[in-house]
Design a protein around this ligand. Sequence first.
Ligand code: AMP
Ligand code: ZN
Length: 113
Amino acid sequence: MDCLFCKIAAGEIPSKKIYEDEIVYAFYDIQPAAPTHFLVIPKAHTMENCAQINEENAQIMGHIFQVIARLARQLGLEENGYRVVTNCGEDAGQTVRHLHFHVLGGGPLGKMA
Ligand code: AMP
Ligand code: ZN
């Protein structure tokens, strides 16, 4: 499958990796929208976006959010807070059709659009 994030998770396209395990891969966004901006993705391309979360794949979401919480803590975002965003579809501006969560922090973020 010709998917940018599948290739990043497989190491075929370089990225600034923060963390990986069997299920998820976390790396810095190439165009940061905050002082700290990283992405957490499931390695498996089973969901294009959060509209495809269902009973069968929901377990992975708990793991993703545990990883987000741990990495945010390790990267020093916990004290002042951070934002977790997932763009779902066209109107949200989703550009990569492989489920991913943006984690933004490291300074005031301003209001959501
Ligand atoms: P979205 O607009 O929610 O689909 O987010 C896709 C994100 O992927 C954007 O914030 C991009 O800056 C980011 N991105 C695109 N290509 C790369 C790459 N090669 N490495 C890291 N992040 C990327
Ligand atoms: Zn993919």
